[in-house]
Design a protein around this ligand. Structure first.
Ligand code: E4P
Length: 215
């Protein structure tokens, strides 16, 4: 299973990459806005810091706009994946970009039939937003399981990126569901390392070690 960091903060990308567990980066317009920097500079820096797929999001709402943006974004680096919203115009653009060999991440996905359409258009990745569904009293991980079943049933190659991850249990459930990838913010990534028993046992071992006679 691959883990992506969901951020536009280049320092976070560099730090998380140094841990050896990160396989890619996803960004979105809100993340870029938070940096306070021009998008082009952010995109260049992230592509330089990451040795894996980097999703950069389009903002156009018509297929010609999205295709034009996607072609420009793809020029930043060979690792760029063009992130496209799951609207009719977006999926028209995905079909065109896929035919040109440009990878796409179809985002803002909330239903399994939306995901079916994205796969039919040749999406490289599909991003169901589990945390946002949970926040509205749905079970976001049910959506992931349904997409997985549909893709397996028909042999679609589109990879599932579990997105809008809020806590480690989302990562656990994504792994158990067989999702290819989970993308999450820096804080959730750090939480994956933690267990209070680990700290207690290490402290006990170090304390006991002090009583071992010196040679
Ligand atoms: C993923 O690609 C998205 O950028 C991200 O997960 C969006 O989730 P959020 O804005 O609900 O955190």
């Amino acid at each position: 299973m691959k883990l992506f960091i969901d951020t536009a903060d280049v320092q976070q990308v560099k730090e998380a990459w140094s841990w050896g567990i990160i396989d890619g980066v996803t960004t979105n317009p809100s993340h870029v806005a938070k940096t306070g920097r021009p998008a082009a500079a952010v995109f260049r820096d992230i592509c330089a810091a990451a040795d894996g797929p980097v999703s950069l999001e389009t903002i156009g709402l018509t297929a010609p706009e999205i295709v034009a943006e996607g072609r420009e974004l793809a020029k930043y680096h060979r690792n760029v994946v063009v992130k496209v919203p799951i609207i009719k115009e977006g999926l028209k653009a995905v079909k065109i970009l896929a035919a040109e060999g440009i990878k796409t991440n179809v985002t803002v996905t909330f239903s399994p039939v939306q995901a079916l359409l994205a796969a039919k258009c040749g999406a490289t990745y599909i991003s169901p937003f589990v945390g946002r569904l949970d926040a509205h009293a749905h079970n976001g991980m049910d959506l992931v399981r349904q997409i997985k079943t549909i893709y397996d049933n028909y042999g679609f190659k589109t990879e599932i990126i579990v997105a809008a991850v809020r806590h480690p249990v989302h990562v656990l459930e994504a792994a158990l569901a067989g999702a290819h990838i989970a993308t999450m913010n820096f804080d959730v990534l750090q939480q994956l390392y933690l267990h209070p028993l680990t700290d207690i046992v290490i402290a006990q071992f170090l304390k006991d070690w002090k009583s071992v006679p010196k040679e």
